[in-house]
Ligand binder design. Structure first.
Ligand code: AMP
Length: 280
């Protein structure tokens, strides 16, 4: 495995593989089983696997955790190598955003005016812009993203389709701890007590899933019931709880087909997101 730090050397290196399929796994590092599941899938489906490791400042808002975001490059390199990754693309902020950088991928509001988009203004524009740059630099045939960031996955599929980018976007299931907590690099911020309390979000999502499976498809009633439960979970501050159609995040009065129930909470100062995909 090689670690590539500049765009020029990355382009030169990957140009060798003109007739091979390249799979890209975009990440911000501090790997856990969720990241590794994407790498393993890419390894199975592609000739060359590239993992990008870049904590992207433009997707963090003011007062968010860009500076504190956990980093462990040596451990990440070992894990990537042992999971069959061929290259890590690990640029500096300067390499990705030269001083004169002055461009953004602008997204329509229907996918971004809700859920994480309304709690984190500008977040998805930052994601879409950096992912577009990564796609242009690496030129993968396939790119792998986790369902953990459900809204991000819908946004990425949408701009890839709208801008005719020749890349297949592959969504992968959420990897969880044994008790159900979704794996996340940010879980490291949690104290022992917060770690226990964080499970309240998963419990609320499971309640939502049960209610839907039991036939409750009236969206506002569903949200009301689950939110009441979530608000009663000790130690959690609720950011949002939503139930939307999985394909386009639309919010009809009566849900149908593939539904995402999703929530964001704060446990102490740590913001956690999670979701469950339910099909009726
Ligand atoms: P991040 O490094 O947090 O930006 O995540 C990089 C990729 O890993 C994104 O596509 C995430 O959706 C995905 N990911 C993060 N956590 C999980 C998880 N628990 N299960 C599956 N994929 C995940």
């Amino acid at each position: 495995m090689r670690i590539l730090k500049t765009i020029t050397e990355t382009r030169e290196e990957l140009a060798k593989f003109k007739n091979k399929s390249i799979g890209l796994v975009p990440t911000m590092g501090f790997f856990h089983e969720g990241h590794l599941s994407l790498m393993k899938q890419a390894r199975q489906e592609c000739d060359i696997v590239v993992v990008s490791l870049f904590v992207n400042p433009t997707q963090f808002g003011q007062g968010e955790d860009f500076e504190q975001y956990p980093r462990d490059e040596l451990r990440d390199a070992e894990l990537a190598q042992s999971n069959g990754v061929d290259y890590i693309f690990q640029p500096s902020v300067k390499e990705m955003y030269q001083e004169s950088f002055n461009t953004a991928v602008v997204l329509g509001r229907t996918l971004t005016d809700k859920m994480c988009g309304s709690s984190r203004p500008g977040h998805f524009q930052g994601v879409a812009t950096v992912v577009t740059k990564l796609f242009n630099i690496i030129q993968p045939e396939k790119a792998y993203f986790g369902q953990k960031d459900a809204q991000q996955l819908v946004v990425i599929k949408s701009f890839v389709r709208d801008l005719n980018l020749p890349i297949e976007i592959i969504g992968m299931p959420i990897i969880r701890e044994e008790d159900g907590l979704a794996k996340s690099s940010r879980n490291i911020y949690l104290s022992h007590k917060e770690r226990e309390q964080a499970l309240g979000l998963y419990r609320a999502l499971c309640l939502g899933e049960d209610l839907i499976q039991g036939g409750l498809l009236n969206r506002s009633e569903l949200i009301g019931r689950v939110k009441d439960f979530l608000l009663n979970q000790p130690g959690l501050e609720v950011d949002y709880f939503e139930a939307v159609q999985a394909e386009d995040l639309s919010a009809p009065d009566i849900l149908k087909g593939k539904i995402i129930i999703a929530g964001a909470v704060r446990a102490g100062s740590t913001r956690l997101i999670d979701n469950i995909l339910v099909e009726v």
